[in-house]
Design a protein around this ligand. Sequence first.
Ligand SMILES: Cc1ncc(C[n+]2csc(CCOP(=O)(O)OP(=O)(O)O)c2C)c(N)n1
Length: 726
Amino acid sequence: MSGSPTKCNLLLIRDHSRFTTHDSRFNLLPYICCTTLAMINPDILLKAYRLMCMAKSIAETYEANRSICKYVHSTSRGHEAIQLATAFQLLSCDYVSPYYRDESMLLGLGFSPYELMLQLLAKGDDIFTAGREYYAHPNYNGTDKPRIIHQSSATGMQVIPTTGIAQGIQYLENHLTDNLTKGINGELPVVICSLGDASITEGEVSEAFQVAVLKKLPVIYLVQDNNWGISVTAEEARAMDAYEYAGGFPGMERVRINGSDFEESYDAMRRIVQYVRQHRSPYLVQAKVPLLGHHTSGVRKEFYRSETDWSTHLKDDPGPKLRQRLVELGIAEEHLIQVEKSSAEDIARQFQQAVVAAEPDPSTIAHHVFAPTPINEEKGERTPARKEKIPMVDAALFAIREIMEEFPEAILYGQDVGKRLGGVFREAATLAEKFGDHRVFNTAIQEAYIIGSTVGMSAVGVKPIVEVQFADYIYPGLNQLVSELSKSCYLSNGKFPVQTLIRVPVGAYGGGGPYHSGSIETTLLSIKGIKVVYPSNSADMKGLMKAAFLDPNPVLMLEHKGLYWSKVPGTEDAKSVEPSRDYILPLGKGSIVLKADQSHLDAGSTCCIITYGMGVYWAKAAAKHFPGQVEIIDLRTLFPLDEELIYQTVSRHGKCLVLTEEQQNNSFAEALAGRISHHCFKQLDAAVEVLGALNLPAVPMNMILESAMLPNTEKVKLRVKKLIEY
Ligand SMILES: Cc1ncc(C[n+]2csc(CCOP(=O)(O)OP(=O)(O)O)c2C)c(N)n1
């Protein structure tokens, strides 16, 4: 992309003397400018012009073929200059997160119009998502271009995963250099996060900015400011622009540039990328651009834009500006006409090719929901001889310690998990001392960042283990879990599964009150693309924690606070002997924690209880009143679910209670009961019973009220009696 003009281009340039410096613009580039705007190789200007012509033809082609281009799409018209200028700076070791209007950036990175059009038309050969995602929602994992993680359409949300990439890169750079991919000349990678001006007002953006400046991350936030957020104007939506906002984050370098001027944009981005490559600290670029297309193919400009607004934007069309500049530089008119003509022909040809490309094969619909896990068998010694029993909290701690000893790419972060406290439940105690603050560290109170950053960490090969302090506070992080983590593997067609382990203390006991007692499994299980584990004893905790860590997908480990130390009467069995170091328990395998007697089974006087977590202990206590008549299944993993064990067990007993700590209505337990009724209909001798907590909005603080709300041994006993006597 750099170097001297080719012979051919030298012939086209009539007047070299008109390469000028542009001193008046330097005030736009504080901190990084030297004294002249560097001369840009005419090859680059011509390449940019050709790609701008292509982008224009693309927009015109889509507009002229609206019935064919039926899926919603946005084009880059108006934003071409800054997008191309940015793309031209990047190396294959870099990462970029374009947003849905970054079509020209994709062309600049080297993707062909045909490749983009396959996504436009949701064709089977779409290299990004195989027909699953909108236009200009790329993801790319090759080695010849910058890598692109999966993009959601949620405005501004990619800022957290992308900042996570930069944080992951920083970890590799400082502590695992051999794992870091550098440029061919040893260049360090930079990360570009591109977004529209209206997206900056999303709250999650501030979490990412905070981390970027706090940790000095090598990330460039490129804000393309066209003054619109669909029909909402900047004046309506913001008290400050992105540049001013960035001023509130000390350490964030910032600049405003004219993003419709290719030369200015190119020069600025070249310097900024170089700066971040060397200085390893964040930068915000606010590029002013016109919006010269519809917001999307569906939301048409005529609905809300005035003639005056349109004509004002049109004056800044980057294409004619660059053309004018090329003419000034002496590029022959005939050559420019030839570029325009051949670009249009190229686009027409590639569009026709894309139109006739094959549709996706419907049999691939369920491919890549998850990446395959290597852990499918229980291995190692679950109950080594002569060992003390340990509480669940220690089993979790020891599992993480062994993981971190074995995997230098494993890091642990969350609120209060660092050295000073080691977790509010001491569930991470001693880890920071042992592994250092760089591997075990506190975060701010930023559940969105804690969860969402793992997307980027995982993409660069760091293996994050994160903690959300209480289940009741997972909600600020749910957006990232749903919009980004859960969909990444499926929508990238398997290219970007998110390997992360998210620890979440859950459950009620001893007056924790309404915001420290919640259960969240039903909420989590409504999300497809994540796994949910819920151990009820130390051996399972350790074995499942290992399997969850090695699973290449997002796994949430729900850890019941009432079982952590077996302090709740009746939960002593949650303590068990610590399994061996190599013990591992695959996800998705339930266990029979109590078996019914064959004699009772033969007499038809038994039932089974399907449960998990604290339910295991209520069930065991209740079963003591019906010796030999109750079989108890501990699910251990809620997704994937051991349906085989459940259906086999229910079929043998014909009577079943599904028991949960959650509020009952519309719970996972009720859904499971429905599935059991369907699968085991012919073997059932009674309707499937469900017992959960009362349907209240929260667990009340007072302990008498708390226990009135929750299931307990007595309540379980009554249901078992009813079933057995049925
Ligand atoms: C979280 C979220 N809320 C709402 C939307 C719907 N939406 C799509 S684009 C858009 C406007 C975004 O404006 P801006 O970021 O300035 O980008 P532009 O389209 O102007 O380039 C909105 C509100 C969305 N995609 N995501």
